[in-house]
Design a protein around this ligand. Structure first.
Ligand code: PLP
Length: 422
């Protein structure tokens, strides 16, 4: 399918265009690159991931246990090879971030430290339409503390609206006051793509004396963040969505430096959180690392983290600001396409995602109560990889690292074909 020439010209001018070549893009039946719009679910594979992984396999073969110190990237320090890049992506100090575990595990570890119900301060705050794993984690934390579900406060949009208004979130926090213990919202909601005003909301949470935690699953690598300056207490993310590090790859955690080095903080502890100077003297008592590394439990899963390193190397070659600036153009073009087609063909869809660019990342979510499934199937069979959420939502996320305006131009033609024939 031909891409319009003016779109081609714009893509030629894109300062980030060469990044696309650093990724392996799945092919459709005709052997063309698919239009891949599911970087919000599983980011594409960086070509270098294989090299990095093979290097670890080679070093393991060559050195056996000695690889802990002699590997090209010594395994005892492996977790520390991520902090600098992650700090840049998260807007954090290096000491405040560490790559470890899976996301849901890290949400739990964060809550062990920052959900400390006491007296009447027992409430947990979250979006109503949060990712299910987050709701399971929150409810099980309540149960763990002997509290019932009434302590989980869920935020819902107003009647007839799809996203949450910041003023309503702030009002709820104010209303909860000294009953609020911890807020754990998804910074970008997985379903609507709404990007919350983290700074304002965090400030309000702190003002009532609660802790502010954020799930960054759909924000990490999608938008510039300033976790340190925004005074966020804790956050966690996964690396397989916008961070392109492979299925189930390692998560990461942010712990604000003001919580470092505290002796009495509640925390589940393991030997990799112990002071690295004396870790291998194997003392009986835990001496925490003076950084977020104190939250680590186990030694690093090097094989899965190798792909993460390959991906972060690409992030190191650009910045979240540059990526965001391209992302704004891509998402605006996608929105323009949808609005144009929506008008011309009187489609039944609604864009759930806020129309203000500062209230969203790259994803747009389309609610299509009637022809949704048919359109989705048509896209799939015509080389577009999008994402279907039961019962009636298509999510599409043009990712600035590897998507182009040309991809969206192809998408446009395929959607038009669908409405011309259905
Ligand atoms: C993707 C996602 C998860 C997935 O959790 P894992 O522990 O990585 O399997 C959890 N929460 C949110 C908000 C997500 O978007």
């Amino acid at each position: 399918m031909e891409i319009d020439s003016e779109i081609r010209i714009q893509d030629e001018k894109d300062p980030l265009k060469s990044f696309r070549n650093a990724f392996l893009i799945p092919k459709d039946e005709k052997g063309n690159d698919v239009v891949y719009l599911t970087g919000n679910s599983l980011g594409l594979q960086p070509k270098e991931a294989k090299t990095y992984l093979l290097e670890e396999l080679e070093d393991w073969a060559k050195y056996g246990v000695e690889g802990h110190v002699h590997a090209r990237r010594p395994w005892v320090e492996y977790h520390s090879f991520f902090s600098e890049s992650l700090a840049r992506i998260m807007g954090a100090k290096q000491e405040e971030v560490v790559a470890m575990n899976g996301l849901t595990t890290n949400l739990h570890l964060s809550m062990v430290s920052f959900f400390r119900p006491k007296g009447k301060r027992t409430k947990l705050l979250c979006e109503g339409k949060a990712f299910p794993s987050d709701l399971y984690a929150l409810r099980s934390q309540l149960r763990f503390h002997g509290l019932d579900d009434s302590n989980l406060v869920l935020l819902h949009p107003r009647e007839g609206e799809h996203s949450l208004r910041t003023e309503d979130i702030l009002a709820k926090i104010h209303e909860l006051g000294d009953t609020l213990a911890l807020s754990m919202l998804g910074a970008v909601n997985f379903y609507t793509g709404q990007f919350f005003e983290i700074q304002k909301i965090t400030q309000a949470i702190k003002a009532v004396g609660a802790f502010a935690g954020w799930d960054l699953a759909h924000a990490a690598g999608n938008l510039p963040l300033q976790l340190h300056n925004w005074d966020v207490d804790c956050a966690a993310w996964c690396s397989y969505k916008y961070l392109n590090s492979g299925p189930g790859s390692v998560s990461g955690i942010f712990i604000h430096e003001k919580h470092h080095g505290l002796k009495d903080i509640p925390r589940f502890e393991g030997w990799w959180g112990h002071d690295s100077e004396s870790r291998f003297k194997m003392p009986d008592h835990f001496q925490p690392m003076p950084t977020a590394e104190a939250w680590q439990l186990s030694n690093a899963p090097v094989l899965s983290m190798a792909a993460h390193r390959a991906s972060l190397d690409l992030f190191d070659k650009t910045s979240m600001q540059e990526l965001r600036s391209k992302s704004l153009k891509l998402t605006a073009y996608l929105e323009e396409i949808l609005n144009e087609i929506g008008k011309k063909y009187q489609t039944d869809w609604t864009i759930l995602t806020p129309s203000e660019p500062e209230q969203r990342g790259c994803q747009l979510s389309l609610l299509l109560p009637k022809k949704g499934r048919a359109l989705f199937d048509y896209l799939q069979s015509n080389g577009v990889t999008a994402d279907w959420r039961e019962p009636d939502v298509i999510r599409m996320a043009p990712v600035p690292m590897y998507n182009s305006l040309g991809d969206l131009n192809r998408l446009k033609k395929i959607i038009i074909e669908f409405y011309e024939t259905h």
